[in-house]
Design a protein around this ligand. Sequence first.
Ligand code: GLU
Length: 456
Amino acid sequence: MSTPVRTRFAPSPTGHLHVGSARTALYNWLHARHTGGTFVLRVEDTDAARNTEASRDAILSGLEWLGMDWDEGPVAGGNYGPYFQSERKEVYDRYLAQLEASGRVYEDEDGALRFRVPDQAITVDDLVCGTQTINLKKQGSTRWDAELKKDVPSNPDLVIRRADGSYIFHFVNVVDDIDMKITHVIRGEDHLSNTPKHVALYEALAAPLPTFSHIPLNLNADGSKMSKRDQGASITDYIEQGFLPSAVCNYIALLGWSPKDDEEIFSPEELVKRFELTGINRSNSRFDFKKCLWLNSEHLRRLDAQSLLEKSQSFLKDQNIPLDDPRLPAALQLVRERAETLTQIPTGIAAIFSDTVEIEADVLGKISGKENIAGLLQGLHGAFAASEDEWTADNIKALIVVSAEKLDVKMGALMLPCRIAATGKSGGPDLIPLLELIGRERVIDRIAALIKVLPE
Ligand code: GLU
């Protein structure tokens, strides 16, 4: 029987949940769920000067929002805790004692403890990046020591504990992966160069190696490195901008992973079913905000009525749209057909629920110069007012068709002025069902009001 899979996401709480970190978390979560394994959340908070509670909360709530539930970690608990590195000193002391017993640790002239690297080739088999072989003794540990802000390339042995007794990130990272019985380490490519050093520690601690998968970087659309302030960088932005968690998961899953066919739209359940570590791309991915919007609109269209209401609720409340209005379910169905984000939902249907509409100057500008525009609106107004038919989409359409014939224009010529009158906007959901929901009286009144402000 093979060992049950245990993956982990190990964020350092020093900022927002970045889209790149969310992707790392997602791949770990997907691999655990795909294999029926365990997903562990471990908070790497040893850098007291840079860690903040706000960041920790943002990371945890970001993961929750994305739907990545963890089996072990903060709140959830588990058999391998504590899950905050700041609370694990006793574990690190224990592993240090084990390493010391192997005779591979010594104190340097600055009082730091160093791990003597072996003078032999170390091979790392990375599932994504392939195999690399390095002799640490010959190569030195400049990168590792860079963390200490010390330039000591001449000593290749790795500092594992500072003179003040605090442990170095790499040591605690490896110890925790061993102690928490992590079988798959899936993380950003920025950690690849340190992996041989991690492997040396595993070997010295006589621990079985996990499978390593380093995920290539995620770049901006123009190929530059993504920074915190770039569009789409923080998960908080997606929450505020009205994205659906399922769409964001879908999007970030495809930033660096592809299924073996051309399919692109996946629910979280489908991702769990389809995700394979071997599908992680070898090359860097590029951020594509338009694609993210497109996926969001596709996910919006696939929501059932109840979920659509739930997901829209806070955005509707913000715009004072009454949640108990009987027209709301139909309005939501209508607006979601063309909406890309949840923030566009209240905007698209506000005209149904408000007493008046405001027409902005630039919207008015789209029709005010056109020939006989007041005349066209008069014609439509007359037809709507005179009709005794029920105010249904079919009947409204028939009234517009007949008016267009009488006025000797195409139906389309009536649509934009009618939309602007009824909603104050030049775009939005399908107009005819929208007019039905707004109601005959209000539509008539609004057309009359627009005629008044148009030049003769
Ligand atoms: N705390 C590290 C980071 O945020 C995690 C490294 C790892 O996944 O091993 O980069």
